[in-house]
Design a protein around this ligand. Structure first.
Ligand code: HEC
Ligand code: HEC
Length: 355
């Protein structure tokens, strides 16, 4: 565990040196196309898919994973702030699950290090699915159709470890392929228009600077930065949003706050206040609105935001500076971001086992 942590740290450090080097920045054409991940066994995926869509994974039987990670919304939800367990309000923007299996660090604040560990979060959370995982195991054991699915996938009984492993297996299948950017990297010169190529030059240049943080084939270094994103007024003033945030903080042993602390809640270093994990930009065209609180509505506005040098926060990353991009350059950058969109297998909700 500790070794993994240091390896990650080393990776981040090396990553930031590599991207401070202009020679590396200019060589974006040598990036590897997104490589397909090995697919888990079909029986595990089928079980994971059944669980993902099953509302019985929540306390009152109304909330499944798919209620917030909607297949037709690129496995995000198109809202600023996520849906929540009935009668509650969430406090963060839903992350898309496309390509999630390529990541090493999960959530906006990186508080989980594996897909398996991550899945326990929403099931247990009072403001998401609100179900005691041990009670979930007891419930599924009484459903013969589920017992069969667990036998087929694991040759054994229902257990919490197998529930989260099956959910992870299903999520490993949510990959995009065939984005124009990947086709271009694989050698198809026609795959990117001249405009998209100019946009890529800006993105990966010293001047545009996007690849200092959005690096590699997935376009994230998985590092944490404060961009000076404004807090949504409702998150500060609405008692239900406030309750959720302060409960989240209290669970981590932190005092109440009137802002999202971001990675600070995990690292406890003041420099991480308001810093969030750099999101991957694959499929970003389909996951508006943007940022940890959904406060930026469109790609055009995201580009305007970075062009201004980000927002206003004493803790803002020194990597953000006004870019002075022309209207045509901003347009090129947007066309490049849209070239990151690939296709993925449509996923349908299976009939809930035993119903
Ligand atoms: C009530 C809405 C809701 C439900 C239900 C929900 N999620 Fe999420 N999910 C979110 C939100 C919001 C985030 C971002 C939260 C954060 O970063 O603090 C998220 C983040 C994630 C992430 C991290 C993605 C990344 O890029 O790091 C994964 C993986 C995930 N959810 C999987 C699941 C699974 C599996 C289930 C069902 C067991 C589930 N979610 C149920 C709202 C929900
Ligand atoms: C200092 C590191 C850094 C730099 C430089 C940077 N970004 Fe980001 N980017 C981030 C972080 C961190 C977030 C999420 C911030 C948050 O939610 O508070 C983000 C969010 C985004 C998003 C929204 C993604 C989503 O799913 O919500 C887009 C689009 C984006 N960046 C594009 C760009 C472009 C284009 C550039 C260059 C003009 C750029 N970024 C420069 C770190 C960076």
């Amino acid at each position: 565990m500790i070794r993994v942590f240091y390896a990650g740290l080393l990776f981040l450090l090396c990553g930031s040196f590599a991207y401070a080097n202009p020679a590396t920045v200019a060589s974006w054409k040598k990036l590897a196309p997104l490589a397909a991940l090995q697919q888990p066994e079909a029986a595990k995926v089928a079980l994971g898919q059944a669980l993902f869509f099953d509302r019985r994974l929540s306390g009152d039987g109304t909330v499944s994973c798919a209620v917030c990670h909607i297949p037709d919304e690129a496995f995000a939800d198109g809202q600023k702030i996520s849906a929540a367990y009935p009668t509650n309000k969430h406090w963060r923007h839903t992350l898309s699950l496309l390509n999630v299996a390529y990541l090493d660090i999960f959530f906006w604040d990186g508080r989980s290090r594996s897909l398996e560990n991550q899945a326990l979060g929403p099931i247990h959370s009072s403001f998401e699915m609100n179900l005691n995982p041990r009670f979930l195991v007891a419930k599924l054991r009484e459903i013969p159709a589920y017992r069969q699915l667990f036998q087929a996938a694991w040759g054994g009984e229902v257990s919490i470890e197998r529930i989260v492993a099956a959910l992870a297996a299903f999520q490993q299948t949510l990959q995009i392929t065939d984005a124009p950017f990947d086709r271009y990297l694989a050698g198809d010169q026609q795959a990117l228009s001249a405009q998209a190529q100019r946009g890529a030059e800006i993105f990966f240049s010293e001047r545009g600077g996007c690849s200092r943080c959005h690096s590699g084939s997935l376009l994230t270094n998985q590092g944490y930065y404060n961009l000076g994103i404004e807090e949504l007024p409702a998150l500060v003033s609405d008692p239900q949003h406030r309750t959720t945030r302060n409960f989240f903080l209290a669970e981590l042993g932190l005092a109440e706050m009137d802002r999202d602390p971001g990675y600070y809640a995990i690292s406890r270093r003041s420099k991480d206040l308001g810093a969030f994990r750099t999101p991957p930009l694959r499929q970003v065209e389909e996951t508006a609105p943007y940022m940890h609180n959904g406060s930026i509505a469109s790609l055009r506005e995201v580009i305007e935001f970075f062009n201004r040098g980000g927002g206003d926060d004493p803790n803002k990353s020194a990597l953000l500076k006004p870019l002075n991009l022309s209207a045509a350059e901003k347009q090129d950058l947007e066309i490049f971001l849209r070239s990151l969109t690939g296709t993925y297998q449509p996923v349908r909700a299976p009939r809930p086992p035993g119903e």
